[in-house]
Design a protein around this ligand. Structure first.
Ligand code: ADP
Ligand code: GN1
Ligand code: MG
Length: 345
């Protein structure tokens, strides 16, 4: 969790180190859970995004190299991406994407279709990144088996005495352990290919413009992974009827029409997918949503050290929405499989 407080003097020093001296305001910005993000306004009217990378989570030098390689590759191909204006670890400065906005919740199917197409194109745009292999920023990031191991460790340690409060949630997880290894095992056997993937395909990591253009941002977890994890995380966030931390669970479910739009948008662009990948698209939504739910539960048990929280039970509330989303996807599993088949032909 990063709830650090910075003085105006500290922020001014950071900006000065990157050549910016005419700022008129530097304000907290966005709703990300990991990094510290600021919007910088200047006298000349040019705006920037200043970010302090969370170095408890990211190895800063590897991250810098990955981000520079990815943005450099996209720029060379003429693809609009984040523009790095300064990078002095752990701080970096991006040009502000003027005219683009991000949303935390999809409000119509067209938006879901667009987001899915954007992430598919992003994967395609990076498929020809020259060697060497991109650094594995957070090893086993979406490895559900390993996430279960970490949950078990946190439950055993029970540092905050919260285990007794989450018996129901732990039982919920236990009932679903069998499915956890499926994609990991298929990747190990070479049945599902490794690709360069974004790994955090939350809806608010695509900036949208009114003319329908978009820019994929938050490149910190771009690394070798599986297309299925990217698609699954889209289903988690872009088929959701309510926010990730909605307390009224009756409002939380996976919307079939948004799921269909995601499949349509993704398959229209992701021509590179193999049959094995297509066959697991619907499953990936359930798996990744469960995995993120497990991560929220783990952080709750560990005392809220990873995700930024705004109140005592924030991580538990987030865990509940994720588990409810999984239940909703489970209830619609046959329909979701049929939708994937419809667009796979
Ligand atoms: P985090 O890793 O904490 O999620 P992000 O890089 O996603 O941080 O940034 C948080 C939010 O800041 C984004 O959701 C987006 O709204 C905004 N943002 C990030 N980069 C830019 C940019 N270059 N221009 C405009 N807004 C941005
Ligand atoms: C974090 O940084 P942000 O808010 O885009 C997290 C993702 C989770 C997400 C849950 C590096 O993403 O993996 O899915 O929160 N990022 C990292 O909202 O752990
Ligand atoms: Mg983000």
């Amino acid at each position: 969790m990063s709830n650090r407080v910075y003085t105006p003097v500290q922020l001014a020093e950071v900006l000065a180190s990157m050549g910016i001296k005419d700022q008129t305001s530097v304000e907290r910005y966005g709703s990300g859970h990991i990094n510290d993000t600021f919007k910088v306004e200047t006298k000349g009217g040019v705006r920037y995004i200043l970010q302090r990378v969370n170095t408890d989570i990211f190895p800063p030098e590897m991250l810098k190299e990955n981000v520079l390689r990815v943005t450099g590759h996209l720029a060379k191909k003429g693809i609009k991406s984040l523009e790095v204006k300064g990078y002095e670890n752990p701080w970096r400065l991006y040009s502000f994407l003027e005219g683009y906005t991000s949303v935390d919740l999809v409000t119509n199917p067209a938006q879901a279709e667009l987001v899915a197409g954007a992430f598919a194109k992003f994967q395609n745009d990076l498929a020809d990144l020259p060697a060497p292999r991109l650094g594995e920023i957070i090893p086993k990031f979406h490895n559900t088996v390993d996430r279960l191991r970490l949950l078990d460790e946190a439950a055993a340690a029970d540092v905050k005495g919260r285990k007794a409060l989450v018996k129901k949630e732990l039982d919920w997880v236990d009932a679903r352990r069998e499915e956890a290894a499926k994609i990991v095992t298929m990747m190990e056997k070479g049945e599902i290919p490794e690709r360069i993937t974004h790994n955090d395909t939350k809806i608010n990591n695509v900036m949208l413009a009114p003319d329908g253009t978009n820019v994929v941002i938050d490149l910190d977890t771009t690394m070798p992974g599986s297309a299925l994890y990217d698609f699954g995380d889209m289903v988690r966030t872009s088929s959701a009827a309510a926010a990730e931390d909605e307390k009224d669970l009756s409002k939380v479910y996976s919307k079939k029409e948004y799921f269909e739009a995601l499949v349509k948008g993704y398959l229209a662009q992701a021509k590179f997918l193999t049959e094995a990948e297509k066959a697991n698209l619907a499953f990936s939504g359930r798996l990744i949503t469960m995995t993120i739910g497990i991560r929220f539960l783990t952080d709750y048990l560990a005392g809220d050290t990873y995700f930024r929280t705004a109140y005592e039970d924030h991580n538990l509330v987030r865990c509940h929405t994720q588990f409810k989303m999984v239940e909703s996807m489970e209830a619609q599993a046959d329909e979701y499989e049929a939708i994937v088949r419809k667009y796979s032909i």
